[in-house]
Design a binder for this molecule. Structure first.
Ligand SMILES: Cc1cc2nc3c(=O)[nH]c(=O)nc-3n(C[C@H](O)[C@H](O)[C@H](O)COP(=O)(O)O)c2cc1C
Length: 144
């Protein structure tokens, strides 16, 4: 079965809300396995057989939230070439998280769809809608 993995790190729950909405959108497509996990709980098993991997993280102190680092490091050991990747996350002003995640996914050889999905602070209704549609579109895409 095609699989979408959505892995996120979030301090105040904003990127988490985006992740949950992406997962809700992906779950509207039947026959796709949707895995949603906090980076603390995620293992490489969650992503190694995924067709699409969506990685979310917010920005703290001009860097990607640190909770995402151990998982990104674990991903280094996998063959992720050609898998679809999308970065997402909330930020306040400088927003380093999205370019950082994007760069890491590209270094893994993933096929990254840009620009990803971003929110400034609390995601508004339009961003939530975008998250939902992104999840649905990716799930549709990997099933086709
Ligand atoms: C202590 C602290 C440091 C932050 N540093 C940055 C920063 O350097 N750049 C930025 O764009 N946003 C920064 N933010 C804003 C957060 O990225 C923003 O509030 C975001 O919505 C948090 O999302 P989360 O709930 O998914 O962690 C900071 C927030 C806090 C509380």
């Amino acid at each position: 079965m095609p699989k979408v993995a959505i892995i996120y790190a979030s301090g105040l729950g904003r990127t988490k809300q985006m992740a949950e909405t992406i997962a809700d959108g992906a779950r509207t497509i039947e026959g796709v396995n949707v895995v949603l996990k906090d980076a603390y709980d995620a293992t490489i098993e969650d992503v190694k057989d995924a067709d699409a991997i969506l990685l979310g993280g917010s920005t703290y102190n001009y860097k990607l939230i640190r909770a995402m680092d151990p998982f990104l490091d674990k991903m280094k050991g996998l063959d992720l070439k050609g898998k679809v990747g999308i970065a997402f996350g909330s930020y306040g002003w400088s927003g380093e998280s999205i370019p950082t995640i994007t760069k890491r996914m590209k270094a893994f050889g993933m096929n990254v769809i840009e620009p990803g999905v971003t929110a400034i602070q609390v995601p508004d209704a339009a961003i939530i809608e975008r998250c939902f549609k992104t999840g649905r579109t990716v799930a549709q895409g990997i099933k086709a």
